[in-house]
Write a protein that binds this ligand. Structure first.
Ligand SMILES: Cc1cc2nc3c(=O)[nH]c(=O)nc-3n(C[C@H](O)[C@H](O)[C@H](O)COP(=O)(O)OP(=O)(O)OC[C@H]3O[C@@H](n4cnc5c(N)ncnc54)[C@H](O)[C@@H]3O)c2cc1C
Length: 284
């Protein structure tokens, strides 16, 4: 998986994303490896990296220590998340020495440094939310605590996102609500993810993948078309920033960005590629 990661990075880095986010296992088991990868992406490749940090099941001290390490390493952007308990247990019950929630986490991180802080948002409502209104109020608390951007859970129902964006504006959330775009690799897997996180799969999307379970090539073509249409639709509605969930696979995202007009930046290529090839091939 690590080799695959560096292959993906090498492919996508020349497109110069505003930042590259790196997920984090909520049980903390990938802590050291994640830190090493973040360091390599940032120092070795000159990318702006936004490591994810989760607070569930962790002590305040351990989370803040990790954040301080990132700050000392020159990392200025974090994605602050509560996360899910690995055992599937209750998540909103904070450990005695832990953060009470992701809004509390955002406040704590602010005290470490002046980070750019992204948080998660749920256009189709988080499955644990008491109501749509409670979910929105919770997002507002995260922003009021100092978050600078929200990145959404993936969705295929564009109108649900647009209604959510309006609702955010309606309660005074002024930060950018960046849509999370998930290019479909395996449709059956996406159906499982969607059921878990409450994302709907519109019938017209399901129909496009029907009968393609054993046909990976055709699925990729359809998937690119679906994501390109989605981004174009959102762009027509004024959305200017997109967050791609690459799931460690670069080609689909690259093709989508290419079709949408994004091209490798030549100055990045001149400055970095020789170096990054070596960096990627080397140990991290
Ligand atoms: C962009 C993005 C990146 C992610 N990256 C990771 C990752 O790297 N690692 C990982 O393990 N998981 C990741 N996740 C999944 C995430 O951890 C789960 O969705 C988790 O269940 C919620 O985390 P959160 O920070 O959104 O929680 P929160 O926003 O704090 O809470 C989730 C929901 O619970 C309800 N809630 C919580 N507290 C309160 C309260 N006090 N009062 C009322 N309602 C409340 C709200 O409805 C809220 O939307 C990511 C999700 C997204 C959208």
């Amino acid at each position: 998986m690590e080799a695959q990661l560096w292959k993906s990075v090498r492919r996508l880095a020349p497109l110069q994303p505003r930042f590259v986010s790196v997920t984090y296992g909520a049980d903390g088991s990938t802590r050291e490896r994640t830190h090493a990868i973040v360091h390599q992406l940032s120092v070795g490749m000159g990318l702006t990296v936004a490591p994810h940090l989760t607070s569930v099941g962790a002590s305040r001290r351990s989370v803040l220590e990790l954040a301080a390490r990132y700050w000392d390493d020159g990392i200025r952007h974090l994605v602050a998340l509560r996360g899910d308990a690995p055992t599937g247990g209750a998540c909103n019950v904070a450990a005695a020495d832990g953060f009470s929630g992701s809004d509390d986490l955002v406040r704590g991180l602010r005290m470490i440094g002046n980070f750019d802080l992204s948080v998660a948002a749920y256009p189709e409502v988080h499955p644990e939310a008491r109501s749509r209104k409670a979910d929105l109020e919770h997002l507002k608390r995260k922003i009021d605590a100092g978050a600078t951007r929200a990145i959404t859970q993936f969705f295929f129902d564009n109108d649900a996102y647009l209604r959510f964006r309006d609702a955010c504006a309606g309660v005074g959330i002024a930060v950018s609500i960046v849509p999370g775009i998930l290019p479909v690799t395996r449709f059956a897997q996406i159906v499982r993810f969607a059921a878990k996180c409450g994302a709907t799969i519109p019938a017209n999307i399901a129909a496009q993948f029907q009968g393609l379970d054993e046909d990976a090539d055709m699925r990729r073509l359809v998937s690119a078309a679906v994501a390109i249409n989605q981004v174009e639709y959102l762009r027509r509605h004024g959305v200017e920033e997109f967050h791609f969930y690459t799931l460690n696979r670069a080609d689909l995202t690259y093709a989508i960005c290419h079709a949408l007009g994004l091209r490798p930046r030549s100055q990045y290529l001149a400055r970095r590629v020789g170096f990054s090839e070596a960096a990627i091939a080397g140990p991290v």
